[in-house]
Design a protein around this ligand. Structure first.
Ligand SMILES: [Zn+2]
Length: 466
């Protein structure tokens, strides 16, 4: 017991030492999450005010009106004319994107990514799957190729994954996520950003993530520079008694799905299992949540997804992109993947009456704030290294300038190896290296780029260099 106390005392001493011993060349901030310094851009804050719960409600009710959006449901001309089935839903989403584009003088490119999926586990015959998306091109020539993306799946299902005609309203799963993509498009298309934003609605999720798999693979093959993917799936804030409407969960992978043997070996050796790109994105969203008062708090969950469940962010993780999942705090499984019915007094089915549209609007504001912050920020610094050729107690970090020329300065972040979020930040000016009087053995570092207005890039954790 005594030695344990002693150990704690030493730990506290080390932690205090970190703050006291930090070098004097820059200003160091030490606050949980450093929210006091998080930049709040008035243009972004004003755009968030435009997010409308009434519009989100109308969009979710419209999606439910197609009766089923099963990926296997009808998409022939007659079903389109009748407004029933996934084909009709797809055409409506496309028309909405086009309407928003007309309202911003044609600022969006509205596109589809359509392919035929061959028979598989939950796909009995060759099936056409179509992802619909709108591109808000970045206005800066050097940064337009950088992409941030928001997605939800517009397909739905009931108790039977193979039911092609029975009602599958999918108000929460995932009318809510699709509504977040649509409403983010509407409010952000009125602004201009140096980097590109893609607003996506995918199909095939319930059959096996088919739509997102195809899209992410296409993005990888075309060399698209996707820096962040926000996947919203079940963000309806189901009105069950145990729901916490002040919280939205943000799931992020630890060990990256795309890690090579070499990556895994380094992660194992240095304790990097809590520092995937997706986890940096999750921490970034937590910071955005503190900077903008959107009325819902991101609750970081350090795992890929919930037990027994998966989602479209994983398709992007598999291709090496940073991607997270937003999901309401508590799910009601009577209201997901169920035929609409009442049994022993329990109502089953994913109906709009269980959705809290104000909650979806708050989640949409959080998403829009994160997208706008990332699309306004400079590219993250490149080739970030931590020099490890000598045994020494100082730590030297080097990097190359943020590509795209928008960085005005850089900041070094660090935290105790046991801490979930960044604890300290130090400005280091417009430099590409710095030495800190901190032992790399005791903390985890990262470097981020900051533009003239204070927009911050995603942080990059250094790789060791001998
Ligand atoms: Zn879903």
């Amino acid at each position: 017991m005594k030695s344990r106390l002693l150990q704690s005392a030493i730990l506290v001493g080390i932690t205090l030492g970190l703050v006291v011993n930090c070098p004097a060349q820059g200003k160091e901030t030490s606050a949980p999450g450093m929210s006091d310094k998080a930049v709040r851009d008035p243009k972004i804050a004003a755009a968030l005010q435009q997010v409308s719960a009434a519009r989100i409600q109308a969009n979710i009710e419209k999606m439910v009106s197609f009766r089923t959006r099963s990926t296997l449901s009808a998409q022939d001309p007659a079903s389109l004319a009748a407004g029933r089935g996934i084909g009709a839903a797809r055409e409506w989403i496309k028309a909405e994107f086009e309407r928003y584009s007309n309202d911003c003088g044609g600022c969006l490119e509205v596109k589809t990514d359509s392919f035929t999926e061959e028979p598989a586990d939950r796909i009995p015959k060759p099936t056409q799957i179509t992802n619909v998306y709108a591109v808000l091109k970045g206005t800066d020539a050097e940064n337009t190729k950088r992409i941030v993306l928001v997605t939800g799946h517009y397909d739905s299902r009931n108790s039977d994954t193979l039911d092609t005609t029975g009602d599958a309203p999918g108000a929460n799963d995932d009318g809510s996520g699709t509504a977040v993509s649509l409403e983010s498009t509407r409010v952000l298309s009125r602004l201009k950003f140096p980097a590109t934003i893609i607003f996506l609605a995918v199909a095939g999720e319930e059959q096996g993530l088919n739509g997102s798999h195809h899209f992410a693979k296409m993005a990888k093959e075309h060399g698209w520079q996707i820096e962040a993917v926000l996947n919203n799936d079940i963000v309806g804030g189901d009105k069950s008694a145990e729901q916490d409407h002040s919280v939205v969960r943000v799931f992020s992978e630890g060990l990256p799905a795309a890690a090579t043997e070499r990556d895994t070996s380094r992660i194992r050796g240095l304790g990097g299992e809590n520092d995937s790109g997706s986890r940096q994105l999750a921490r970034y969203i937590a910071d955005v949540g503190r900077a903008y008062d959107v009325g819902v708090k991101p609750m970081l969950v350090f795992r890929l997804d919930r037990y027994l469940r998966g989602g479209d962010h994983y398709s992007f993780n598999q291709q090496g992109f940073s991607a997270v999942r937003f999901t309401e705090f508590r799910e009601d499984f009577h209201h997901q993947h169920q035929n609409v019915r009442t049994e022993k007094g329990i109502e089953y089915g994913d109906l709009p009456k269980f959705v809290d549209f104000d909650y979806v609007a708050r989640v949409a504001r959080l998403n829009a704030a994160a997208l706008a912050s990332l699309a306004s920020a400079p590219a993250p610094p490149a080739d970030v290294h931590l020099l490890t050729k000598d045994l020494e107690n100082d730590s030297t970090l080097t990097w190359t300038a943020s590509p795209g020329g928008r960085a005005a300065e850089y900041e070094v972040l660090w935290r105790a190896t046991t801490s979930p979020e960044w604890e300290h930040v130090q400005k280091v000016g417009n430099a590409t290296h710095t030495t800190l009087k901190l032992s790399k053995d005791n903390v985890i570092f990262a470097v981020r780029a900051v533009d003239r207005e204070g927009h911050r890039s995603l942080p990059v954790v250094p790789v060791p260099e001998r």
